[in-house]
Design a protein around this ligand. Sequence first.
Ligand SMILES: Cc1cc2nc3c(=O)[nH]c(=O)nc-3n(C[C@H](O)[C@H](O)[C@H](O)COP(=O)(O)OP(=O)(O)OC[C@H]3O[C@@H](n4cnc5c(N)ncnc54)[C@H](O)[C@@H]3O)c2cc1C
Length: 493
Amino acid sequence: MSALHQPASAGQRRRASVQPLPSDHLERVWAWGMSASAMEYVYRPSTVEALRGVFEFAKKQGRKIALRGAGRSYGDASLLAEEIGLDLTRMRRILDWNPTTGIVRVEPGVTIRDLWQVAIEDGWWPPVVPGTMHPTIGGCASMNIHGKNNYRVGPIGDHIREFELMLPSGAIKRCNREQNADLFYAAIGGFGMLGCFTSITLALKRIYSGHLAVTPIATPNLGAMLSEMEARLDRADYLVGWIDCFAKAGSLGRGLIHQADHLREGADPSAAQSLRVENQELPETFMWGLAPRSIMWRLMKPMVNNPCMKAVNWVKYLSSLRQSGKTHTQSHAEFAFLLDYVPGWKRAYLPGGLIQYQSFIPAPEAERVFRGQLEVCHQNRLPAYLGVVKRHRADDFWMTHGLDGFSLALDFKVTRYNRERLWAMTAQMNKLVIEAGGRFYFAKDSTLSGDQLHSFLSEDRVKRFLDMKRRCDPDTMLQTELYKRVFGQPALR
Ligand SMILES: Cc1cc2nc3c(=O)[nH]c(=O)nc-3n(C[C@H](O)[C@H](O)[C@H](O)COP(=O)(O)OP(=O)(O)OC[C@H]3O[C@@H](n4cnc5c(N)ncnc54)[C@H](O)[C@@H]3O)c2cc1C
């Protein structure tokens, strides 16, 4: 199944300094989208000292290490075949929480879920969250995640006050905007290539209710969606657009925007109740409480094909016309973590799994490029089953995917029959992105190649990052399959 699960080459084995690793640590580790996996020697330290021990051990054995949080990156960002997988999920302690200032200091394995659950009853919410609550803060900092409010508040890195980073030598660097500032801007978004976060200090956002006011707005085509989002930038706290990727011609890119706004102080008469954790939790059952949600993916599985997904998207668009303009309230968790409603939904894409293709395009070019991408999908008869549009802004992090524009995220089913065509199609789509000065996002990527990396990040930026990597990690101990794929060419090393 896996393209990555290749036994170590004879050349690798002959390297005198490379020692065998204990086979009881050998596990198959999966990309979240399940279209790739790797056999790795997995270590799960629970303390900073144990973490340092794994680095020392790897150095002695002449081995490479891939850092891994909750494994929620769609592609190969935390995989490394036949080497050490360093799983940080047991370093999951909240080190300090100040309910007056909203400043929290956490170990890297604390999840977004842990974070909102500790803070919400004191009236705080993470300033930036992804579409699922399961990623770790270490993984989120490492990819510099964005939320549905990116155009307003920037990526998570803009809210990180400070972090401690363990380098492969075992030394710990304290980094903030004044101290080791270069490393601060390089390691946030540095996809685990410079060191391992051991603690992260984050400023949370004040909220006055457990509810958001949510307004759906149906839009008849892509142009209408982008202009409607643009018109709401100044007043909306969150904006996200769903598009029906099967629609064609004048309806191409039709869909539904959701705008969500925080309630002002005093606007929620039962704020103390709505802020309770139990009033935020997503329901565990459906069908009037009769069936557990955990079985839903099995019901979805027979529908994950072109004709059924076309019908599902069509029905969703028709029903969006009825909801349009009607404001209602939703809990923060319900709005933010829509993708957690159906636990394990990705399994409906088995056996081949799925990839997500997300590109970021400067605002003036976005309609043309996204239109082109959707047309390429139609021409190749490889429609995306889910399409999501967000608005972004530029930021100061070195390896950023952020820019003043829009992103379109497209979910594609992978099968053994379409895999090659799908990869070839994304190469066509990449060309459109690069010509428009667009960007890609390592957390979602599965298909980018090294030459495309230079085009989107600029040679200077890549060189600066690799110089920093040489200083932090002179033996290139930290690697992943993603790193090897996009930075692996000899010219880049
Ligand atoms: C359903 C779904 C929805 C999503 N929605 C969004 C979204 O809206 N916005 C968005 O930006 N992303 C989104 N993502 C992507 C996700 O937020 C990122 O991939 C995030 O990095 C996952 O964190 P993780 O803990 O699972 O890290 P992993 O995926 O395990 O690792 C991610 C990277 O972090 C590195 N890493 C992990 N821990 C550390 C550490 N302690 N120190 C240094 N490096 C480390 C790894 O080497 C790897 O490069 C979504 C993912 C899913 C599955």
